[in-house]
Design a protein around this ligand. Sequence first.
Ligand SMILES: Nc1ncnc2c1ncn2[C@@H]1O[C@H](COP(=O)(O)OP(=O)(O)OP(=O)(O)O)[C@@H](O)[C@H]1O
Ligand SMILES: [Mg+2]
Length: 233
Amino acid sequence: MLKVKNLKVGYGNVPVIFDFSFQVKQGDIVAIVGSNGAGKSTLLKTISGILKPTGGEIQFMGERIDTIPAYKIVEKGISHVPEGRQVFGKMSIKDNLLLGAFTIKSEEQKTKLLKDVYEIFPILEERQDQKAETLSGGEQQMLAIARGLMSNPKLLMIDELSLGLAPFLVDKVMDTLKIIRNKVTILLVEQKVQEVLEIADWGYVVQNGRLAIEGTGEELLQSDIVKKAYLGL
Ligand SMILES: Nc1ncnc2c1ncn2[C@@H]1O[C@H](COP(=O)(O)OP(=O)(O)OP(=O)(O)O)[C@@H](O)[C@H]1O
Ligand SMILES: [Mg+2]
């Protein structure tokens, strides 16, 4: 579904991603893990077109996308849930969700998408007219994921799902991914290596903008690199 080949990205003339290649297969949950500053968010921003690469190529459904504007990438079916949620606290939950559907022109389809996300996240329907800031941290994260689904994506990219969440909430939010994976392919970026590799079909470890190792979630959890660098074993 997604093919990233020899990607190079930098800020100004400071390179951050050096020759990074990876793939996402349709229907999978794929994780990119690594420590602070490794370049994970930079990778997602480049895929969604917010940043332009200095080298390499990104293909989505067989088409090159690194040369087209960000809104067109959304229309092609890639949705990006940014780091730190960025929910609009003073707006209602429903209006936050409708913002996610900015590329959807048909009112009928918007209503259908809203109904679908309310089915997955009933709490959002119960509180749809309340301000988003009244939701707890975990609920706001669910709102951010739900808003990501409102553009009807084929690929949902989520940056730091676990950020700022208590451990029991991390598990709860991860559980929602198991539900939405039937509808959408998921690319996750995470510092919580253990939790995310437990649910990932395939994972990539990025260190200083380079691929360190890849494998199934289980293989990576057993690998020396992951055990030493991320699990403190
Ligand atoms: N706008 C920017 N201008 C300059 N440098 C940046 C900018 N954004 C990120 N960087 C640098 O690029 C590198 C990679 O940052 P990035 O945000 O991709 O890391 P990350 O893996 O997502 O980290 P974290 O886990 O802390 O979110 C870091 O050294 C960071 O300081
Ligand atoms: Mg980041």
